[in-house]
Design a protein around this ligand. Sequence first.
Ligand code: ADP
Length: 511
Amino acid sequence: MGTIMQDVLGGLGHDPDDGQGYVMALDAGTTSVRAILFDEYGCKVAQAQRRIGVRYPHPGWVEQDPVEILSRQIACMIEVQYKSGIHSDRIRAVGITNQRETVVVWDRTTGQPIYNAIVWQCRRTAPIVDALVADGRADLIRERTGLVPDAYFSGTKIKWILENVEGAREMADAGQLMCGTIDTWLIYNLTHGVEHATDYTNASRTMLFDIHKLDWDPELCEILGVPMSMLPECRPSSGDFGRVSSDIMTNHPPISGVAGDQQASLFGHCCFEPGSVKNTYGTGCFLLMNVGPEPVMSENGLVTTVGIAQGGEVDYALEGSVFQAGSVIQWLRDDLGLIDSAESTCEISRSVADTAGCYMVPAFTGLGAPWWDPDARGVLCGITRGTGRAHIVRAACESMAYQTYDILKAMESDSGRTLSSLEVDGGASENDFIMQFQADLLGIDVQRSEVDETTALGAAYLAGLAVGYWGSKDELVANHAVSATYVPDMTPAYRERLLTGWREALRRTLA
Ligand code: ADP
């Protein structure tokens, strides 16, 4: 409470409102929850943030406390109002974006979770997935949901809770349980149980959702043993999700925007046109391409998902991720001691003209799309007596761009569309060397958004559009500002030479 009181005092007398009001975005991430206020220009006006704990009860198991997530999220909603002096009467709408695939099961009568939230990273349901695949269910799952069967998605996590928590199966069969991803858990509690709802983007990550019909698939629910009575109602991402209860925000503003974090980021980057792509360079990289109103099934092991569901339209997306991106930089710093800070990698990389033929393929945990080799392991190749620290650091930085390149080429080939530019955000997108190298490799412009909170901004945009705070997507495009554009500056012949070396390094990596 001490900090809130300081914020109250600090916030008194501050009145930046010009009459338009603000939109509040709740960003419920894996390591922290935040509440952020945006103005009509899409500028961040104030934010409050709280860390949340993670538990690892067994190797490979990852859990969080749903009540902690909720209470810290509410604390942020209250704190940001006091901090800024902007109170709920001037908050026109609330948007929610969240870590995807993390699931909570709770008692319909008491509202109490019957188990911890099982987090997206948790691998405990891998045997359930293996059994589904062994039963020949992979094609059905893929056709209906667009997903490659994996423990990552939430459906098998619900099944695990029903099978392993004492009495859960009986309660579920009696209609006594409810479930949902973190968006649903927050909506349910912020509306005091009035709304049990999710949006299409979050639903499309459960392995229970038919992305063509945009509703739960009874056959998949049956296969996974999840009674449909437990599931929330599926709605478009921009629209009515009830109102925040007046004991949390006195003016009880509407919750009118909901999307999973990567899809919210796609929206925040204004990737409204088919063929537009965003890449978030964090610990891993998350790429989403808007492929338009028809879902595109991948031939390259990418996932098909709902991208944007707003204004009566649905755009689908292809999604791919790079498992090891910024984490490679952490490895150089924390394990090898080659660098002092992540930021220093830009200057070190630029201190040499090239990697002198050295390549790093950071397949620490296997290779993902489009190579899919879980047994592949990392390689550092092309080393000579002349290879120095800067060459290795540069090869590590370049590996993020090469892996991104491979996914983008797979997206182009699956969608039949050619990329015109790439929108980027995330910690490692601050590295000018990597972003320039990315532009050089792709032969297209790379644009870094001015707002570093594109995920939260996307949720705010979805919420604001639904209530008329913004009149149309054109207004959002007008807000869209880039802080840097990287223009390709590499000859096609040189690019091809580099890519040939990368492919050779990949070949050595595959198991
Ligand atoms: P996440 O949301 O996944 O935690 P962030 O977007 O905060 O990730 O980015 C942090 C990651 O980016 C870390 O893995 C870090 O090593 C890497 N990173 C941060 N700054 C830089 C930089 N200037 N150059 C290269 N990598 C960086």
